[in-house]
Write a protein that binds this ligand. Sequence first.
Ligand SMILES: Nc1ncnc2c1ncn2[C@@H]1O[C@H](COP(=O)(O)OP(=O)(O)OP(=O)(O)O)[C@@H](O)[C@H]1O
Ligand SMILES: [Mg+2]
Length: 164
Amino acid sequence: MKKIVYMSHSEDQTISFAKKIGRSLKKGDGLALMGDFGSGKTTFVKGLALGLGLGKKGYVCSPSFVILKIYRARVPIYHFDLYRLNNSRDFFDIGFGEFVAADGVTVIEWAEKMKPFLPKNTLMIHFKIAGLKTRRLCLSCRETRHEKLFKKLKSLRRHELFNV
Ligand SMILES: Nc1ncnc2c1ncn2[C@@H]1O[C@H](COP(=O)(O)OP(=O)(O)OP(=O)(O)O)[C@@H](O)[C@H]1O
Ligand SMILES: [Mg+2]
């Protein structure tokens, strides 16, 4: 399993890092975001959407009350928030299967709620609050789909990551 750890020291750094990832994503990619309340998952999706060409930073917000939001970026972004979901069965009942393999990028907040069902090539990101403004992001993937992205992120120097 490939793994990469990124320490973010501000909201902007999380957005920049996610933007970098967003630029590399393609149709059919899936991201599972896991971790505590306020650890930066929605902030990350903001950056991801920017990298996917959405353009407006304020456009992305937590879909907690609707479970799914769709943004029309370079490819459609399906932004799920499973916080309110009772069990993983519900997830399939709302039509998840129609999105994952489809025409866009799927990003799921509170993905731990359906962990056993995540496709093997999902890019998983565990968020941890490590300080007032410090967040630890641990990226991993069980399959090789994101190998190129991991290589790219590893080769980036800090200043390159932050000046995007
Ligand atoms: N390094 C950082 N990266 C991201 N957010 C940060 C950072 N430092 C502080 N913050 C703050 O932490 C909060 C993160 O909120 P956000 O909504 O992104 O979290 P979340 O993981 O989506 O929470 P929830 O579980 O409620 O959906 C924001 O208020 C943001 O300003
Ligand atoms: Mg959120």
